[in-house]
Design a protein. Structure first.
Length: 284
């Protein structure tokens, strides 16, 4: 993995941990409400439209039917991911749901990249991926509810699938990352509108109560993934998927120091294992 790819992934990790913190805090008061998801994807679609338009005008991409299919599929996969993650935060703590979801995803993605895409990461990279997974699952230890575990593991499955799906979309089909993600946001907005538009009064109340969190997620969630998509253009998915999980170190610090979730020593130790795994992955 190049230093540029690693830098993109680390920046994405910070953004990812921050928007999950915002979603968790808002979700505690909303009970995993779909209206919150719709509001932040609606704001995201609006806020990122100029960037998508400028990027498209500059690159003038040729979008064939295969690219349209992959952009639509990505939109639906990410919709499932957001909904399951929000439900997971209703059922469990940030320091439980986040590690389990992020730990399941990259391991499945790395296996899929090897089996489906024919990628061949080196031995040190594989050791790094395993170390990251062990550290993440160590952070998730405790007594989570069955619902929290189920939602987290299901979320991890979506992470694995959309990582491989989107790798093909931006790499093999050559769709620009900003346009790729924005088109998915547009699709998610339209799909959720069918459910949420009849609940306009509720949506107004949710936006008034959680305006900061909604706008924060609308900016940070796309930014985090767009950075990853740029890295995927020139870096194998089997390297990117596990390296992204350094975000768990940032999320752990946020959970320990901001949310008071405790177990600081164990969680910091596991975070250091993850950092060591990222170093091994980068060197491999």
């Amino acid at each position: 993995m190049t230093s540029l790819a690693l830098g993109l992934v680390l920046a994405a990790a910070v953004c990812h941990a921050l928007w999950n913190l915002l979603m968790k805090r808002a979700g505690d008061g909303l009970g995993g409400n779909l209206v919150f998801v719709w509001l932040f994807v609606l704001c995201s679609t609006t806020l990122w439209a100029p960037a998508a338009a400028i990027d498209t005008a500059i690159q003038r991409p040729h979008i064939g039917w295969a690219a349209v299919l992959f952009m639509a599929g990505s939109g639906l996969l990410h919709l499932g991911y957001f909904v399951l993650l929000q439900r997971g935060y209703r059922a469990g703590d940030l320091s439980v749901v986040y590690p389990l979801a992020r730990g399941t995803g990259p391991i499945l993605a790395m296996i899929g990249a090897i089996v489906i895409l024919g990628e061949r990461p080196g031995p040190l990279a594989i050791v790094g991926g395993v170390a990251i997974a062990l550290g993440i699952f160590g952070l998730g230890r405790g007594k989570p509810t069955p619902a929290a575990v189920a939602y987290a593991v299901a979320t991890g499955g979506f992470i694995a699938v959309y990582t491989l799906w989107d790798k093909h979309g931006v790499d093999q089909l050559g769709v620009a990352p900003i346009l790729y993600f924005w088109s998915g946001d547009l699709l998610r907005t339209l799909v959720l509108a069918a459910v949420c538009l009849p609940r306009r009064r509720e949506a107004q109340a949710v936006f008034a109560a959680h305006r900061g969190a909604i706008l924060g997620v609308a900016v940070l969630a796309p930014l985090a993934y767009i950075l990853v998509l740029f890295a995927l253009v020139f870096t194998p998915a089997s390297y990117i998927a596990p390296a992204r999980e350094v975000s768990i170190a940032f999320a752990t610090a946020l959970g320990v120091f901001l949310l008071g979730e405790g177990h600081a020593r164990r969680r910091i130790a596991c975070a250091l294992v993850i950092v060591g795994g990222v170093v091994a992955l980068a060197l491999g």
